[in-house]
Design a protein around this ligand. Structure first.
Ligand SMILES: CC(C)(COP(=O)(O)OP(=O)(O)OC[C@H]1O[C@@H](n2cnc3c(N)ncnc32)[C@H](O)[C@@H]1OP(=O)(O)O)[C@@H](O)C(=O)NCCC(=O)NCCS
Length: 174
C-alpha cells in the first residue's frame, strides 16, 4: 500500500469511525452468540438488542477509558491521517503459567483497506508494546468460524489454545 501508515493514540475525532467499527464487530458477535445460545433472534432483533442496550456506547466509553491508562494500549492505524484500524491490548498476570501475558482485546481494520497488511501491522505493534510491558506471551479470543482473524493471528505466531463453549440453561435436554 503506497500511502503512509502511522500508528497513533485514539483521538476524540476518531469517534464516528471507531463507533462504526464497534457496531459491525458487536453485531457480528451478538448475532453469533445469540445463535449458539438458541435465542433465535432475527438480524433486526439482534440490531434492536444493540440499540436498546447501547452496547456501542458502552464499548466506546471503555475504549476511551483504556486509552488513558498506561497498562492498556489503544493504537489507531491511520493512512494519510485517516483512521483505518485499531488495536486494543492490555497486560495482565497469567494465573497458571505464572507470567505476565498480553491480551489483545480488540482488532479491527476498515473493510475498505483489508488484505494490505494493516491487521498484521497492528498485531505487531500490540506485541511490541506487550513485550515492552514485560509480557512473555500473548492471547486473543476469536469467534468460531472467523477464519480470516485466525489466519492473521497464526501469521503473527499464535496457535489455537482452547475453545469456549456455550449452552442454554432453559431447556431440559441435559
Ligand atoms: C481480521 C482483520 C483485522 C485482518 O485485517 P487485514 O488488514 O485484512 O489483515 P492483513 O492484511 O494484515 O493479513 C494478515 C494475514 O492474515 C491472513 N489473511 C488476511 N486476509 C485473509 C483472507 N481474506 N483470507 C485468508 N487469510 C487472510 C493472511 O495470512 C495474511 O498474511 P499475508 O498477507 O502475508 O498472506 C480484518 O479482517 C477485520 O477487521 N475483520 C473484522 C474484525 C475481526 O474479525 N477482528 C478480529 C476479532 S478477534
Amino acid at each position: 500500500m503506497a500511502s503512509t501508515l502511522s500508528l497513533e493514540p485514539l483521538r476524540p475525532e476518531d469517534a464516528p469511525a471507531v463507533q462504526r467499527w464497534l457496531h459491525a464487530h458487536l453485531r457480528t458477535h451478538v448475532r453469533a452468540w445469540a445463535d449458539v445460545r438458541g435465542l433465535g433472534w432475527t438480524p433486526p432483533e439482534a440490531d434492536g438488542h444493540l440499540l436498546a442496550t447501547d452496547l456501542v456506547g458502552e464499548h466506546w466509553a471503555a475504549l476511551v477509558r483504556a486509552s488513558r491508562r498506561r497498562d492498556h494500549l489503544v493504537r489507531v492505524a491511520r493512512l494519510e491521517g485517516r483512521p483505518v484500524g485499531l488495536a486494543w491490548a492490555v497486560v495482565r498476570p497469567d494465573d497458571y503459567l505464572k507470567e505476565s501475558t498480553g491480551v489483545l482485546n480488540w482488532l479491527f481494520v476498515d473493510p475498505a483497506v483489508r488484505g494490505h497488511g494493516l491487521g498484521r501491522s497492528l498485531v505487531a505493534e500490540a506485541k511490541r508494546w506487550m513485550r515492552s510491558r514485560g509480557a512473555r506471551s500473548w492471547v486473543v479470543s476469536v469467534l468460531q468460524g472467523n477464519e480470516v482473524a485466525q489466519a492473521v493471528y497464526a501469521a503473527s505466531g499464535a496457535r489455537p489454545a482452547d475453545l469456549r463453549m456455550m449452552g442454554s440453561l432453559e431447556d431440559d435436554d441435559g
